[in-house]
Design a protein around this ligand. Sequence first.
Ligand code: SF4
Ligand code: SF4
Ligand code: SF4
Length: 196
Amino acid sequence: MKVEWINTQASNTVVEQLNALLPQTQCGQCGFKGCRPYAEAMIEGDADINQCPPGGDEGIAALADFLSVPTKPLNPAFGIHKPKQVAFIVEQDCIGCVKCIAACPVDAILGAAKFMHTVIASECTGCELCIAPCPVDCIIMQPVSADADDLSKREKSALAKRRYEARCSRKKQDAVEKAERTKQKKAVLANMKLAK
Ligand code: SF4
Ligand code: SF4
Ligand code: SF4
C-alpha cells in the first residue's frame, strides 16, 4: 500500500488524522515506537493497516475507511486483540523502585522512591509496558467491564494521546534543563581551573 501525498504539510495533517484513529496505548506491538510512528509508516507505505492488536478489527476498519482501502483481518504476527484490561499493583509487594513509573507512557502510576506505588485505573491504557520492568512481579493485569468506562473508545484514545504528549513535552524539557545545568557546571569548572 503506497499513498502519495502532495506536500509535507498535507502529509503531516494526514499522519495526525491517522494517528488520532489509533488507540494511543504506545505499546509498540505494531513494530513501531508508538502510534504516531506507525501512522507515519502507513503513510509511507512501510506498514500495513492490520498491525495494531489493541485497535483490533474495529480499528483496522477505521484505518481502511480513512485510507480508502479494503479492510482486512488483524495480522496475528503482531499479537491478538484482548478485552480491555488495566494494571493493578499488589501494593504489599511493591518495593518502591519507580521502574514502572519510568515505563508508563501516560503517567498513570503514582508513587515515590521507596514508597508503594499505585495505578490510576481511569488513566491506564492497558499497554502492559510496566509489567516487564517490575523486579518483584507485583503488577498484574485485570479485566475491566465495558460498562465501567464513562468514556467512549475515541474519548479514551484522545485522553491517552494528551497524557502521552504531555509526558513527552515534560521529558523533552527535562532534557533541555539537564543539558543547560551540565553546560553551566562545565563553565564553572573551567573558570575555577583558569583561576588557579
Ligand atoms: S496501540 Fe497500536 S498503533 Fe499504538 S503502539 Fe500499540 S500497536 Fe502500535
Ligand atoms: S499503568 Fe502500566 S499498563 Fe497502565 S498505562 Fe501505565 S504502563 Fe501501561
Ligand atoms: S516496578 Fe514494581 S516494585 Fe517497582 S515501584 Fe513499580 S510496582 Fe513497585
